[in-house]
Ligand binder design. Sequence first.
Ligand code: MN
Length: 250
Amino acid sequence: MPPLVGITIDIDLGISSISVSPGREYYLMGKNYVEAIEKSGGVPILLPFYSNGKALDKIISNLQGLIISGGVDIDPSYYKEEPIKEIGAINPYKDSFEYKIAVRALELNLPVLGICGGMQVLNVVAGGSLFQDIYSENSDKDKLLSHRQRAPRWFPYHNIAIKPESKLHKIIGSENIKVNSRHHQAVKKVGNNFIASAHTSDGIIEAIESNTNTFVLGVQWHPEEMFATDHNAKVIFQAFIKFCEKYKND
Ligand code: MN
């Protein structure tokens, strides 16, 4: 049986000038997340923001894997900070649901792939913190690379160095790859029982992984947007789906 892989989705609150329909709330999901899972052998299940804990337990007990998708900035109160003036938009609905489902997924040892903001959620759930804005909070800010590419989303933009012997290194089989980059936040303090498994040359953390759970990987880039054009992006999804196939629900 192909594994059921939940994906957290996003919401358009209808309050922006580029809303699907101003004044109405719509769930949103990038089609490329769904396609990357399907093409890697999984069955994608889109997860709306269940507010009922029993509904969340019911759905998660039937999943063999979870993708925490990218979004806007995480409410800094989750890591006990006040918002600085450079912070971007915050989505309290997505934050609240993703925090709850990530806690449950880690308890259940469910395979998890956190992408961009999803990696940041994993880090915060594990007790870590974030740079609310790498450019204003970094003392060496003149040395920082550009992490917000103005190029097609699939375009491999900056290099990352992958930690030898990490799980990510075992998956990719290389210490240096190029990835896309569309973020202004990043992991600051790495969460408990996680390690940083990739960095850019300016010291920004580009991947984290659990060293206690079987497969919990967070990547700061967007492999789903590179899936059609980049071998490493495919390999990450394929490795994730392999672990989902092996996962046994109680
Ligand atoms: Mn980057």
